[in-house]
Design a protein. Structure first.
Lengths: 247, 209
C-alpha cells in the first residue's frame, strides 16, 4: 500500500549551512493521527515546512507516491494543510470570510464553490456566523480555530498542526482537542504538549538532531524514561507511576 | 489590549452607516471641494460646523471622541499657519481661511471614516479600479496594525517593568530601540505570513485574491 506521506533519507541545511534535517525517514498512512515530539531545534517545524513544499532539500518526500519537487510544489500545497503555531501569522485578511476564502479563491474555484467551502470549513470548526468578523477581535481559541478553517477550506489530504495548544487556556484547549477528535482527516500534530498527543494520536515520532529516533504508540514511547530524558523530554505526569508522582 | 481605535464607531447602525457607499463618497468629496473652494466667512464656517455636528449626532458618534481625534492635526496646522506670514499679505485672513478649511475638512474625513467599515472601503477602492496590489497592501496594514501595536505595547510594558524610575530621556531612547526591534520582528513576521499565503496557493503574480 502506498503511504500517504513518505520521507526518505531527507536532508536539509539552512542557507547558513546549519544542518536541520539529517537523514529523516518515516511513513504515514492515510487516516493515521501522528504526533511528532522532540526538543527545540530537533527539526520538527523544518520537516513540516518541507512537507508543505516551502523548503527543498536532498532525498525524497512523497505524497501518495508522487515525489514533491520544486516545480510541482504548488500543486502539493493544496494537499497539505499546515496550521502555523501563531494564528496572527496565518490570518492576514481583514475578515474571517476573506481569510477562509483566500485558499479556495487562489485555487480558481468559482464563487459558489468558494462560498460552500468557506461555510463547510467554518462549520467544521464550529464558528458559523463569524464570517464578517475581523480577526483582531477574536480570542486566541477562536483565532486558532479560524486558522484551522483557512486550511480546511482547501480540502487538504492531511492536516498539520504546529504546536496547536500554544496560548490556549484549558477550556479553549479542550475545545480544540474535541474538534480535532471529531474530524475525519489524517492529522500530524507537532509540539511539546505530550498530554494532547497522548489523547489524540495513535502513533508518535520522536525527533532529535534532525532524524526520527523513536516511532511507536505514544503511550509506550512516552513511558520510556531513558529514551525521553536522553532527548531532553520527560515522561508526562499522567504516565508516571504513583511513587514517581509523589516527587 | 485596546483593539478597535482605528474605526471604532464604524460598526454602529445609523442612516449614515447604511448609506450607499458610492453616494456617500460622492457627497463627502463634494463637501471637501466646497470647503476648499468657498471663502470661509464666519457665517459659512458656523453653517458648516452646525451641519457636521448634526451629522455626527445623527450617526451617534460622541462629539468628545471627534474633538479628540481632530486635536491631533492641530500641531501640524499651527506649524503651517506660523509660516504663512512669511509668504503672504493679508496674513490674518489667509491664516483664518487655512485654519477653517483644514478643520472643516478634517471633521468631514473623521465623519467618513467613522461611518464606514474599513473592509467595505477596501472593497469599494477595488471596485473603483484601484490597483489590486495597493488594495492588498492597505488591507495588510489594517490587519497588522493591531498586531504591531500589541507587540509594541508588550515591549513597552517589559521595559517599564525593568526600569520603572528612569527619566523621560531614557524612556525615549529605549522607545527608539524598541521601534528598531519592531521593524526586525515585523520583517520576520512578514516572511511567515508570506509562507502562509504561499501555502494557500498565492503566488507573487497576484492571482485573484
Amino acid at each position: 500500500m502506498t503511504a500517504l506521506i513518505e520521507f526518505e533519507h531527507y536532508r536539509y541545511r539552512y542557507p547558513d549551512g546549519t544542518p536541520a534535517l539529517n537523514d529523516l525517514s518515516f511513513r504515514i498512512q492515510k487516516g493515521e493521527q501522528v504526533g511528532i515530539v522532540g526538543p527545540n531545534g530537533a527539526g520538527k517545524t523544518t520537516a513540516l515546512l518541507a512537507l508543505s513544499g516551502l523548503l527543498f532539500g536532498e532525498g525524497a518526500i512523497r505524497i501518495e507516491g508522487e515525489t514533491l519537487e520544486r516545480r510541482n510544489g504548488k500543486h502539493f500545497r493544496q494537499s497539505v494543510g499546515l496550521v502555523f503555531q501563531n494564528p496572527d501569522d496565518q490570518l492576514f485578511m481583514p475578515t474571517v470570510y476573506e481569510d477562509v476564502a483566500f485558499g479556495p479563491q487562489n485555487l480558481g474555484w468559482d464563487k459558489g464553490r468558494v462560498d460552500e467551502a468557506v461555510k463547510a470549513a467554518l462549520q467544521a470548526v464550529e464558528l458559523e456566523g463569524y464570517q464578517e468578523k475581523s480577526s483582531h477581535h477574536l480570542s486566541s481559541g477562536e483565532k486558532k480555530r479560524v486558522a484551522i478553517a483557512t486550511v480546511l477550506s482547501m480540502q487538504p489530504r492531511v492536516l498539520i498542526l504546529d504546536e496547536p495548544s500554544t496560548n490556549l487556556d484549558p477550556h479553549a484547549r479542550r475545545q480544540l482537542i474535541n474538534l480535532i477528535e471529531s474530524m475525519d482527516i489524517t492529522t500530524i500534530i507537532a509540539g511539546h504538549d505530550l498530554e494532547l498527543i497522548l489523547e489524540l494520536c495513535d502513533r508518535a515520532l520522536i525527533m532529535a538532531g534532525g532524524r526520527a529516533v523513536g516511532d511507536g504508540s505514544p503511550r509506550s514511547l512516552f513511558r520510556d524514561r531513558f529514551l525521553m530524558e536522553k532527548h531532553l523530554l520527560e515522561v508526562p505526569y499522567s504516565l508516571r507511576s504513583r511513587t514517581e508522582q509523589a516527587y | 489590549m485596546r483593539h478597535s481605535f482605528l474605526d471604532k464607531y464604524s460598526d454602529l447602525d445609523s442612516p449614515l452607516h447604511r448609506m450607499d457607499l458610492r453616494l456617500k463618497l460622492g457627497a463627502f468629496l463634494a463637501l471637501l471641494i466646497v470647503f476648499a473652494a468657498v471663502p470661509m466667512y464666519w457665517e459659512v464656517v458656523v453653517a458648516a460646523l452646525i451641519l457636521l455636528t448634526g451629522l455626527f449626532l445623527l450617526a451617534g458618534i460622541p462629539l468628545q471622541y471627534v474633538a479628540r481625534r481632530a486635536l491631533v492635526i492641530l500641531p501640524f496646522l499651527l506649524f503651517i499657519i506660523v509660516f504663512i506670514p512669511l509668504f503672504q499679505e493679508q496674513t490674518w485672513l489667509v491664516a483664518w481661511h487655512t485654519f477653517a478649511r483644514a478643520v472643516c475638512s478634517v471633521l468631514t474625513l473623521i465623519l467618513f471614516v467613522s461611518t464606514t467599515r474599513f473592509v467595505v472601503l477596501l472593497q469599494m477602492l477595488d471596485e473603483l479600479g484601484m490597483p489590486r496590489m495597493i488594495v492588498q497592501v492597505l488591507s495588510f496594514i489594517y490587519r497588522f496594525f493591531f498586531v504591531l501595536i500589541g507587540e509594541l505595547e508588550r515591549m513597552e510594558l517589559a521595559s517599564r517593568a525593568r526600569a520603572p524610575r528612569r527619566g523621560k530621556m531614557y524612556y525615549y531612547k529605549a522607545l527608539s530601540r524598541m521601534l528598531g526591534m519592531l521593524i526586525i520582528r515585523s520583517y520576520e513576521r512578514s516572511e511567515r505570513v508570506y509562507q502562509a499565503m504561499q501555502l494557500r496557493g498565492y503566488d507573487s503574480e497576484g492571482t485573484d485574491a
